[in-house]
Design a protein around this ligand. Structure first.
Ligand code: PLP
Length: 340
């Protein structure tokens, strides 16, 4: 690893050497880019004089990052989590409790994301005078998408500075995975005006786009409304959000940040998808080749980069956002490989 916080990865393909850099958000405290956002929003809450922070979480990662920020600033922290997700993510529930948060299982309806959001919004309406809702991605009603983008734009600013230092020019490609879209928009937005920098967002094709078991919002979604904002949405004929699937729990969301919908429609960024299988393969290859275990979310970006690497010319530069580390995913991968 260089002192840039970058890891230079030399991929030898077709006898040419290409420059592929990993932006290592995985080295952040708590293991992903999420902490960039939670620390800043906790500071906003503090400056607004709010003493109580609430959030909802599905996979538990945003809950852990929120609980961490609240512990740092000595704020009360309530995390709503569907009862089903609490069972699936028991270790993260314990982690949040260790950090001093109160985790409240949501027992209505399907007992997962949608209900957790409903209950958290109910709490906010009742307690808005002393409570701040800390949102985990570049989604939700205004001003959250713009605010979260701003807090995650540190990714893009560091990437620009560090690639200039390492290569003395801007990259040709930026590649990032897209769930709600915060790590991707944090990277992309800083390069919006640099028209020669191509941007590629990678979302989960899950078990295959044709199976219905995916979360390929940008690829197959249609305009709709979810959680107080309009975006490309996977929805049924009544406008209800569809069930989504991904090998990476952090990408399991039927909507996507409104700004990504704009980037797609305007053609500024391209959005593609990779399957669970391609993702797992990328997870294994990066671990083995570089000694870096990537989060399954980030492995989507790696998988697509591996696909297009052979088409790059020798002097092209690609930056992949490694949004998080994969320690959290090791048990799941072992199980999938039949090793547990
Ligand atoms: C939560 C998470 C994501 C997805 O969220 P975005 O808002 O799309 O960035 C991606 N990678 C990791 C490691 C995550 O924890």
């Amino acid at each position: 690893m260089t002192h840039y916080g970058f890891f230079l990865l030399l991929v030898q393909l077709h006898y040419t050497i290409k420059q592929i850099y990993l932006k290592r958000e995985c080295l952040n405290h708590t293991g992903a880019h999420k902490i960039n956002n939670t620390v800043e929003q906790a500071l906003v809450a503090k400056s607004l004089g709010k003493k109580r922070v609430i959030a909802e979480t599905v996979a538990g990662q945003h809950g852990v990052a929120t609980a961490t920020a609240c512990a740092l600033f000595d704020m009360e922290c309530i995390i709503y989590m569907g009862e089903v997700d609490c069972k699936r993510q028991a270790l993260n529930v314990f982690r949040m409790e260790l950090l001093g948060a109160k985790v409240i299982p949501v027992t209505i309806g399907q007992r997962t994301l949608k209900e957790a959001v409903d209950v958290a919004l109910g709490d906010l309406i009742e307690n808005y005078e002393n409570t701040f809702y800390l949102l985990g991605s570049a989604v939700g009603p205004d001003p959250y998408p713009a605010m979260v983008k701003h807090f995650q734009s540190i990714i893009g600013r560091e990437t620009r500075e560090q690639i200039m230092e390492a290569e003395n020019r801007l990259p040709d490609y930026l590649v990032a995975c897209v769930g709600g879209g915060s790590n991707a928009i944090g990277l992309f937005s800083e390069f919006y005006e640099d028209k020669n920098v191509k941007m590629i967002g990678v979302e989960p094709a899950g078990k295959g786009l044709e199976t219905g078991l995916h979360a390929a919002t940008m690829t197959l979604g249609t305009p709709g409304v979810i959680h107080g904002f309009k975006c490309l949405l996977l929805q049924d004929e009544n406008g209800e959000p569809s069930e989504v699937h991904s090998i990476a729990a952090g990408l399991d969301y039927p909507g996507v940040g409104p700004e990504h919908s704009f980037y797609k429609e305007s053609g500024r960024a391209e959005y593609v998808s990779v399957t669970d299988k391609e993702t797992l393969d990328a997870f294994l290859r990066l671990s083995k080749l570089e000694g870096i275990i990537p989060a399954l979310e980030s492995s989507h970006a790696i998988a697509y980069a591996m696909k297009i690497a052979p088409t790059l010319s020798k002097d092209e530069i690609m930056v992949i956002n490694l949004s998080g580390r994969g320690d959290k995913d090791v048990a799941q991968v072992a199980e999938m490989l039949g090793k547990m």
